[in-house]
Design a protein around this ligand. Structure first.
Ligand SMILES: Nc1ncnc2c1ncn2[C@@H]1O[C@H](COP(=O)(O)OP(=O)(O)OP(=O)(O)O)[C@@H](O)[C@H]1O
Length: 516
């Protein structure tokens, strides 16, 4: 990153001349150029009357002549509608299919996010006869396989004959939404699972996915999809071209930039985030083709327009009291409270549980819990049966929960990106929302700088009702006492479990290691 007159300029030249999403306005669905009538109806049935600016900007780069000639890198605020921005053109482009095969892959970092994105595809893809699959490990691998792969007719013989041709297996889906771990499981072990016909790869929450290698999922996907594309070029005019349909035929006649020495058609990539990385070494892993950046405004990051930001400044030991006073003040509004770690999430949740005077249902949501518990909590929160979630950063990325009015940073986030993703759980889709950050005095200056980096203004002090903190003291002390007892009882239970002899009369394994 170079610095000119205080403004940071991206190192990569193509990032310096982006398409500015701020120049686009919402566009009524009825006026979206070249939109398939069946998709128009599907959108209207969902209550979507207009496309958001990012959706229109992406649409115009992905339909018509010259469409999808370049890989797209989309940096647009939280809640601005990025999911539909990629789902809509992919579904439309794949709609004129002759044969079912896996042609689009969407990768997301967590299971809950993948489930959410699958729902968006499911709301439009069936209207044009496309099927969407999910590979996240939500069900057993065999259940997942039966959803993703159509077995050959003579299944019995295929089971015993190791030479049975893989081509006999067919994909049961056109689009797959996956997390990297389960995707690799299918690549490595599922008979008939193939990326050889892949046309579109979406890497959502790109910066998070590129940070973690997950068994080299990205190079593997690129290799498996590209190796075949050489073959497809060799037999051009055949399978793929007929499958892609009229729109891609138009594209073939369009501007075919930079294809010298490269296979064509190629795997088209779309990468997205509200905090898209500008790091050349990270982006180089994606092997982007003539990339085009779409970004909102001139600053690197942008907070949602209708987000109001407040701070509450207090001593460290008074933070729980300030939080409780704030939650009482917010009443039954849906809120997410973020802490700095899974351990403090658990502690804070237990303390709130013992406090007992809150008029709302509070639940923990963190990486320490089993997935089934997390999913149940999320369901309850979506339905409004739970009003407050105490969460670790497992919730920060992408989760779209209707009606979240407040985000509370119980601990100030260490990084600007964390702040952006946390506060982005509210003020989504053009709605309003509030963010509160609890600060210790020495954090005030740092927080101001963090807000500047995030593209926001300094925040006002939130005025809690007079005496609201003081009046909580007695109940707080009793809750603290209960918390202490609960921690001690958990500790002694753990100790008993370690020293308990097993049914064979021997001490258990933990015991022997503990004594070493
Ligand atoms: N055109 C539209 N009209 C009305 N609502 C929409 C439209 N497009 C998307 N939405 C709604 O906006 C919300 C945010 O969309 P989405 O989750 O795609 O945002 P995002 O940009 O991916 O956010 P994040 O960066 O936090 O992942 C969703 O609830 C979605 O249903």
């Amino acid at each position: 990153m170079e610095e000119t007159k205080g403004r940071k300029v991206p190192t990569l030249p193509w990032m310096r001349s982006p398409v500015d999403i701020a120049n686009y306005e919402e566009c009524p669905v009825t006026q979206v150029p070249l939109l398939e009538p069946r998709l128009k109806d599907a959108l209207q049935n969902l209550g979507i009357d207009s496309l958001f600016p990012v959706q229109l900007a992406v649409w115009l780069e992905t339909v018509g002549p010259g469409a999808f000639d370049r890989d797209l890198c989309i940096n647009s605020p939280t809640g601005s509608g990025k999911t539909l921005a990629y789902a809509l053109p992919i579904v439309q482009t794949l709609s004129p299919r002759a044969l079912r095969c896996l042609r689009a892959l969407v990768v997301l970092p967590t299971r809950d996010l993948a489930v959410q994105v699958k729902q968006v595809f499911d709301s439009i893809a069936p209207s044009v006869g496309l099927r969407v699959g999910l590979a996240v490990g939500q069900s057993s691998i065999s259940d997942e396989i039966s959803e993703l792969i159509k077995r050959p007719k003579f299944e019995l013989s295929s089971l015993y004959d190791t030479d049975y041709p893989h081509e006999e297996y067919q994909s049961a889906v056109d689009i797959l939404v996956a997390t990297p771990g389960r995707l690799m499981d299918h690549i490595n072990t599922t008979k008939g699972f193939s990326l050889k016909n892949l046309c579109y790869l979406v890497v959502d929450e790109t910066d998070r996915l590129l940070r973690e290698a997950y068994q080299s999922w990205l190079p593997t996907v690129l290799k498996l999809s590209q190796s075949n594309q050489q073959g497809l070029v060799a037999c051009s005019g055949s399978l793929l071209f007929s499958r892609l349909g009229s729109m891609n035929m138009v594209r073939r006649c369009g501007v075919e930039r930079g294809f010298k020495g490269k296979s064509y058609p190629r795997l088209v990539k779309m990468i997205l985030s509200a905090t898209l990385t500008q790091d050349p070494s990270k982006l180089s892993q994606l092997d982007l083709h003539h990339p085009l950046l779409l970004t909102m405004g001139v600053t690197r990051y942008k907070l949602p327009d209708k987000l109001e930001s407040y701070k509450l400044v207090c001593e460290s030991k008074l933070k729980p009291l300030y939080l409780i006073a704030l939650l009482k003040d917010l009443g039954a509004e849906k809120s997410v409270v973020f802490t700095s770690s899974v351990e403090s999430t658990r502690r804070l949740h237990t303390l709130l549980k013992y406090f007992g005077e809150l008029p709302v249902k509070v639940r923990e949501y963190s990486g320490l819990q089993r997935q089934s518990i997390r999913s149940k909590t999320l369901k309850g929160f979506r339905k409004g049966e739970i009003q407050v979630l105490v969460s670790s950063d497992a919730m920060t990325r992408g989760m779209d929960i209707e009606g979240v009015q407040n985000v509370i940073n119980y601990d100030m986030p260490a990084y600007v990106k964390t702040y952006i993703h946390r506060v982005g759980r509210t003020a989504r889709a053009g709605q309003g929302g509030r963010c509160f950050t609890l600060l210790r005095r020495h954090e005030v200056k740092r927080f101001k700088k963090l807000l500047e980096k995030a593209g926001g203004n300094d925040s006002d002090i939130y005025p809690l009702p007079a005496d609201s903190v003081k009046s909580l003291h007695p109940s707080y002390l009793s809750a603290l006492e209960k918390l202490k007892e609960s921690v001690e009882s958990r500790r002694s239970k753990r100790a008993r479990a370690i020293f308990k002899p097993s049914s064979t009369g021997k001490r258990n394994h933990n015991d022997s290691t503990a004594r070493k």
